[in-house]
Write a new protein. Sequence first.
Length: 276
Amino acid sequence: MPWFPDFVGAAELARRQRRAAGQADPVGQYLNALSHSDTRSLEDAWPGQVVIYDPRAGEVRGHKELREFISRNVSWLAGLHARTEVVASTVDGDRAVVELLGYLIQDGREVAWPIAVVADSPDDQSVVFRSYCSQWPLDGHRDIRPPILEPAPLPMNDVVGRYLAALGAGDTDAIVGLFSPDGYLHEPLGFREIHRGPDELRAFYNQLFSAGGGLGLQPCCVTDDGVRCAVESNWVRWGKHDLTPQAGISVYERGPDGLLAAVRIYDDVEPPAGLP
């Protein structure tokens, strides 16, 4: 996946949180390396394994492949006048999730590109980065993203767990009732794909469930700071249709009322034939 020249600012919220906790900041280090086409600081900070799971490049492993990966992406972005803004960051222990909205100039028009980056540090020497986004804003099509993580039973008993249960059951009324009055869902396709308020959410989920039922996903990893809960998962079913398992991440943001203020999705899952 290409990265943007000013990504170093995208990790600022995560950086502040991790510094306050006396922890390393792998997201900030990674984005700084990407911003300046300089891997030395990242390699110095993580002398062990550096692994990247990228929607376009696939698996990038080791320092040599890291340098080649960053070099290619900096060249790709040279003429795209890219900029980014931070949507949110979520830090939980040794894992951080940074959500970004990137903007590219492509064929004379500005394209919005929602992106989520996960940094996971399995030990003091190594780090794994997993990025999630749709290719639709750039290429006009979706690419099947193979699973990255193995499914794992994850107890989620609050509004997030109730949302996932209702999603699997295809229960529009239950899902809409879990959102705050001004709550919204942001699809992975760009800045216009936002559904806010009960009426828009109801229309969206009715269409989503028109393939014969709910959506099945296998949770794999949860990053939860008490306000936002980021769930990395594999999508395996859409209504009556089994899907080739596909990786994605969804971020559930809780409001002060304990309901969902926002749901933001980062994946490339293709609807079954016949659905828009």
